[in-house]
Design a protein around this ligand. Structure first.
Ligand code: ADP
Length: 269
């Protein structure tokens, strides 16, 4: 399993001054670099469908002007390209909204058993379209965590959506909940599929923005490459971590491990 967890702030600021400045500049440059890479990637992702749209419009205005069959075919492609730009913009907006909320979530109680049931219901059309069944396995105990319900709904919807997009061949998705015996009694909520799995070298990079194992297959499945980075950012705000466990040929498990809620003592009474 690979854990993707918040990195603790750099320790040891007791070195000589020049070293300290050097370190800080490196960090700044790293962030600046990430920002320019992100803008470059986002522009590229938007420019590709846009270039295709312009190309089809020019063809429709010129060589294909009087070809009714070609027009219908091109319009269908153009519609899909426009829909792709729209999905990308939605995901970019979600990501920037979550990143703007730097502070941790307020301590509102969210019952994950109810939430997963809602996710299953909301995703049922997509599950049915992929001929998949979703099972719910709720372990004993209370599965209440501190968090923002809408954001957690988005996390588990994204994970189930990925199970549908990439793991449909396994026919089954299992959503499970259990109280962690160790680590002070947090809750573990996971989404498991029985699809093709993910090769180990890709796993640590899956939550990077725009990272896709196979760009063409992600595009064909209407992916943007941002789903798991949205998940990662929401979980950071919840002090929760994502553990990805995958085996090629067997399937993948995306598990979210939540810390014990702040008011757990009163709630378990
Ligand atoms: P996308 O929009 O491409 O789906 P995500 O950030 O949600 O982007 O996922 C990143 C990549 O991780 C996907 O392109 C896919 O290659 C891989 N992936 C995610 N979930 C699964 C899964 N359940 N099984 C296999 N591969 C997956």
């Amino acid at each position: 399993a690979v854990d993707i967890a918040p990195v603790p702030a750099a320790a040891g600021r007791s070195g000589p001054l020049f070293l300290l400045l050097f370190r800080d500049r490196t960090a700044e440059r790293g962030i600046e670099r990430m920002r320019t890479d992100f803008v470059a990637n986002a522009s590229h992702e938007l420019r590709t469908p846009l270039a295709s749209l312009i190309g089809f419009i020019e063809t429709l205005q010129g060589p294909a002007r009087d070809d009714a069959a070609a027009r219908d075919r091109f319009l269908a492609i153009m519609r899909e390209q426009a829909a792709r730009m729209s999905r990308l913009i939605d995901d970019l907006l979600s990501l920037s909204q979550i990143e703007m909320k730097r502070h941790p979530v307020p301590g509102r109680s969210v019952d994950l058993a109810e939430l997963l049931e809602d996710v299953r219901r909301a995703m049922s059309p997509m599950l049915a379209a992929n001929e998949m069944e979703a099972e719910l396995e709720i372990g004993p105990g209370r599965h209440v965590v501190d968090g923002e319900r809408d954001e957690l709904l988005q996390v588990f919807s994204n994970l189930v959506e990925n199970a549908c997009k990439y793991g449909a061949s396994g026919r089954r998705v299992v959503l499970s909940l259990r109280v962690e015996g160790r680590e002070g009694g947090g809750v573990r909520a996971s989404v498991r599929d029985f699809g093709p799995g993910i090769a180990a070298e890709h796993v640590p990079r899956l939550t990077e923005r725009f990272y896709r194992v196979d760009v063409e297959s992600s595009r064909a499945k209407r992916g943007t490459g941002l789903g798991l980075s949205i998940v990662r950012n929401i979980l950071l705000r919840h002090s929760a971590r994502l553990a990805i466990d995958s085996e090629v040929g067997k399937g993948s498990t995306f598990a979210v491990i939540f810390p014990r809620p702040k008011h757990a003592a009163q709630e378990t009474n």
